[in-house]
Design a protein around this ligand. Structure first.
Ligand SMILES: NC(=O)c1ccc[n+]([C@@H]2O[C@H](COP(=O)([O-])OP(=O)(O)OC[C@H]3O[C@@H](n4cnc5c(N)ncnc54)[C@H](O)[C@@H]3O)[C@@H](O)[C@H]2O)c1
Length: 383
């Protein structure tokens, strides 16, 4: 079987999710190209080595430029904070490597545009990882919409809510620093919701938004502080430079109205990636915390039997499911990443594109940027 060597940059949360997916993809799916876990990159040799040993990466490297420059690397997997996406993606495109990039795409719209142009110029396969598109229940939502079962869409009601920084003692990790993250939950969480809305409802025509900050200073982090396991350095406090929550309202080009809430202060909500879609013939509800299920209301049902039904999307007819378990043997968060790797490798093999790609990233950044502009000026932004 043909193989391709992967170099991954970043080895914590997404580093693990991606490593698992690279390993599982060829075990569960027939792939024409098998990924080889060649080199893992991070800044500190010792934790990096134990990560590499655990996941089977053949080599380690502490300088990402050296990984990108290696002739034997075919794919660069970017799993580091946003402030590094632009530089690494441009270097990878220039070196002719296929790019698997974590969201949000970049720090600014201008960066995203340059990245898309560079990837296109070099002819590489470029993918922006909005893994939720590859959840079978979300694919079912798309199928029902495409089949006309929802009719004309009137409303998108989205929320992506978490609560991991409600404790004021949670440290000032990179996610809370504008120069590393670009923005707070608006970029982090709304990027996923905007991608889902574009996928399911369509392009966005105009935007208004409000953002706020609840805690302005936090303890400085230690070197290992990450999203869900914060350690503080004891070296005092630092300023939070991103928003803590954002609320965005949009008009879609097709006339639908949409709302998007993103917060890391929604006490009790862990990874509540939720949407409702209301249309002229039916409606859909999805909640990632019950990710195998899709709620569907259809006006085509006889009047006496109308009501929301819950579809457990684990039959083999649902996308990707035939490669996993028998019906009802549910799948989880990590499976979406496996699906992304499978489709990404297939796109490389066929020489076709894969969605969402860097152009989708540019469209998404237009919306996210417009919202931040609206939040600071108080004005509607027309795209
Ligand atoms: N698709 C999703 O659902 C999802 C979920 C979480 C995070 N993300 C995205 O993935 C990216 C990484 O987030 P994370 O949660 O894995 O962060 P993390 O803090 O858990 O890990 C970041 C990694 O980047 C490495 N790193 C930082 N600077 C580096 C440098 N100069 N050179 C080499 N490595 C460096 C760190 O060593 C660490 O391994 C972010 O863009 C984030 O938005 C996506």
């Amino acid at each position: 079987m043909k193989t391709m060597n992967v170099g991954i940059i970043g080895y914590q949360f997404m580093g693990k999710a991606h490593s698992n997916a690279w390993l599982q993809a060829p075990r569960f799916f027939n792939m024409n190209i098998k990924p080889v876990l060649k080199v893992a990159c991070g800044r500190r040799k010792e934790p990096l080595q134990s990560f590499a040993d655990n996941w089977g990466w053949e080599e380690v490297e502490t300088d990402w430029r050296k990984v990108v420059e290696r002739d034997d690397i075919d794919i660069i997997d970017i799993a580091v904070p946003q402030h590094l996406h632009y530089e690494i993606a441009l270097a990878a495109a220039k070196a002719g490597k296929h790019i698997f990039l974590e969201k949000p795409m970049a720090m600014t719209l201008e960066q995203a545009r340059e990245m898309a142009a560079a990837a296109e110029d070099s002819g590489v396969t470029h993918y922006l990882n909005h893994n939720y598109r590859r959840c079978p229940a979300v694919r079912l939502a798309k199928k029902l919409i495409d089949e006309g079962k929802i009719g004309d869409i009137y409303h998108w009601r989205g929320a992506y809510l978490q609560d991991w920084i409600t404790d004021p003692q949670f440290p000032l990790t990179w996610h809370l620093q504008k120069d590393k993250a670009g923005s707070g939950p608006h970029g982090d969480l709304n990027s996923h919701s905007v991608d889902l809305a574009r996928y399911l409802v369509g392009e966005i025509a105009q935007v208004t938004a409000m953002t706020t900050q609840f805690i302005s200073e936090r303890p400085l982090p230690d070197a290992d502080a990450a999203t869900f396991k914060g350690g503080t350095s004891g070296a005092g406090m630092g300023k939070v430079t991103v928003e803590d929550a954002s609320f965005m309202t949009v008009m879609f080009k097709n006339g639908a109205l949409g709302s998007f809430e993103a917060s890391r202060f929604a006490t009790g909500r862990k990874n509540y990636n939720f949407f409702e879609i209301y249309g002229s013939r039916g409606s859909l509800i999805f909640n990632l915390e019950r990710m195998n299920e899709l709620e569907f209301f259809s006006k085509d049902d006889p009047e006496y039997a109308q009501g929301f039904r819950t579809i457990l999307a684990t039959e083999s007819v649902h996308d990707y499911i035939a490669n996993w378990w028998p019906p009802g043997h549910i799948i989880g968060y990590e499976h979406e990443f496996v699906h992304a790797m499978v489709d990404f490798m297939d796109a490389i093999n066929r020489g076709t594109g894969i969605a969402p790609d860097f152009y989708d990233g540019v469209k998404e950044m237009e919306v996210l940027q417009a919202a931040l502009d609206s939040a600071s000026t108080g004005k509607v932004v027309v795209l």
